[in-house]
Design a protein around this ligand. Sequence first.
Ligand code: ZN
Length: 90
Amino acid sequence: MLILDCPNCGKRNASEFRYGGEVHPRPPAAQQLSEAEWAHYLYMRPNQQGVQSEWWYHRAGCGLWFLAERHTYTGQVTRTWLPENPKSDD
Ligand SMILES: [Zn+2]
C-alpha cells in the first residue's frame, strides 16, 4: 500500500490523492520556442526508472498541491514538501 505524507495532514493512504505528473519546469523563454520544441516540452517525458519529483493533490483531504520524491519502480516515497509557488487547481 502506498502511503503519502501530506505536508498539511500527515500520512494517508494514496487513494486520497491524485497524481499530478512529474515535475517538469516550464522553459525560461517559452515564447521563443519553435513549435517542435514546444511540442517536445508538452508531450515528452523521460519516463525513467528511479527516484523522481512529482506533483500530488490531496483531493480527499485538505486540497493541497505538494511535491513528493518517489521511486517509480518500488513506489517508495522518500519525502514530501510544499512548493514555493503553489499550483492552482482550476
Ligand atoms: Zn492534506
